[in-house]
Ligand binder design. Structure first.
Ligand SMILES: *Cc1c(COP(=O)(O)O)cnc(C)c1O
Length: 230
């Protein structure tokens, strides 16, 4: 059984190799450690190995772990799960990033509930890139309007796009999905109100981080390869 520190090292090496092979700046891709369902002690072990960015999917579970880890400084919490309207206040008060904003109602609540003493909440719009019926995420047709609406919200800072491609795709199909997300971001960045401010692509997980980095990922969200099977 390998330790969390060893796993962080080997995932970091995978990220670096893929980044270099893509001809990208070595500092352009960051590792988000997805700690959902893992105990606070494992997050503590990751922090000891200098991993500070963590992704969580469930608000109550995340807030419980934040309380257990309150003695640590420097942790950056990212919310990556579906956002329910009755949880937006806790998210706005406790997280630095939300990767999974997919509709205006949620964005408006997060903005108005973001405490004024904190910097604006960094947000990515989750895009339903393969138009799956079952999936959360903004549709391609609603995306431009949602992006422009988020730009106008004072409590939020629009950073980019996130996708969770349909499982069981071939490598070529997965890569095409990641490329599609990157192309959407390029297109949005060309609209005058957005004007190049989107700098983040949250895409790629344990099994496909290399493909995502080849297509421009800036956050890869990694659970299993760091903490083992859930
Ligand atoms: C669980 C989860 C991940 C991590 O997936 P792994 O395959 O375990 O690396 C990434 N993103 C989201 C949105 C998740 O829910």
């Amino acid at each position: 059984m390998s330790s969390i520190a060893d796993n962080i090292e080997s995932v970091t090496r995978r990220i670096q190799k893929a980044t270099v092979e893509a001809g990208r700046d070595v500092n352009s891709v960051r590792l988000l450690a997805v700690s959902k369902s893992r105990p606070a002690a494992e997050i503590r072990a990751a922090v000891a190995a200098e991993q500070y960015a963590f992704g969580e999917n469930y608000v109550q579970e995340a807030c419980d772990k934040m309380a257990e880890l309150a003695d640590l400084t420097g942790i950056e919490w990212h919310f990556i799960g579906p956002v329910q309207a009755n949880k937006t206040r806790q998210i706005a008060e406790n997280f630095a990033w939300v990767h999974s904003v997919d509709r205006f109602r949620i964005a408006g609540r997060l903005s108005s509930q973001r405490p004024p003493h904190l910097p604006p909440l960094n947000v990515c719009i989750q895009v339903n890139i393969n138009a799956e019926d079952s999936k959360s995420g903004c549709s391609l047709s609603d995306l431009p309007e949602l992006a422009e609406a988020i730009i106008a919200l004072p409590g939020l800072r629009l950073r980019g796009l996130m996708a969770l491609p349909a499982p069981a795709q071939s490598e070529d199909e997965l890569r095409a999905s990641f490329r599609h997300l990157a192309d959407l971001q390029t297109m949005l960045n060309q609209t005058p109100s957005i004007n190049g401010i989107m700098d983040t692509l949250s895409m790629g997980m344990s099994a496909d981080l290399e493909l995502a980095i080849a297509e421009g990922a800036t956050w890869v969200r990694i659970g299993t390869a760091l903490f083992g099977k859930r």
